[in-house]
Design a protein around this ligand. Structure first.
Ligand SMILES: [Zn+2]
Length: 107
């Protein structure tokens, strides 16, 4: 039984150290997210936006491509993209120019 205790000690020791390869992987994931954004993919780091003034809405297609449409859901991307502002969670509607607030995440 002594050896078993030794083994569990070893494994708990391991849990408190982040192995360098995990840190590397985390960095790599952050890089990939940036690349995905650059490709126009939605990386799920915020809520989808909808303009209350003109009805322009964001949606995510299969393969994670971010699109916008007005009114009824459509696969036809308008090509418009909400613009980030200096203010947190405030975006500019590319269609009508109004401020759009990012909705609270739904549980
Ligand atoms: Zn709008």
């Amino acid at each position: 039984m002594k050896s078993l205790q030794k083994m569990s000690e070893k494994s708990s020791e391991k849990e408190f150290k982040i192995p360098p390869e995990i840190l590397e992987a985390a960095k790599r994931i952050a890089e990939l997210q940036e690349q995905a954004k650059a490709l126009g993919l939605f990386t799920n780091d915020r809520e989808l936006l909808e303009c209350p003034a003109c009805g322009l809405k964001e949606d995510v297609e299969v393969y994670g491509k971010l699109i916008t449409y007005i009114g009824e859901y459509s696969h036809n991307d308008t090509g418009l993209r909400f613009k980030e502002t200096e203010k947190d969670k405030i975006y500019i509607c590319p269609n009508c120019g109004k401020d759009v607030e990012e909705p609270e995440p739904e549980d």
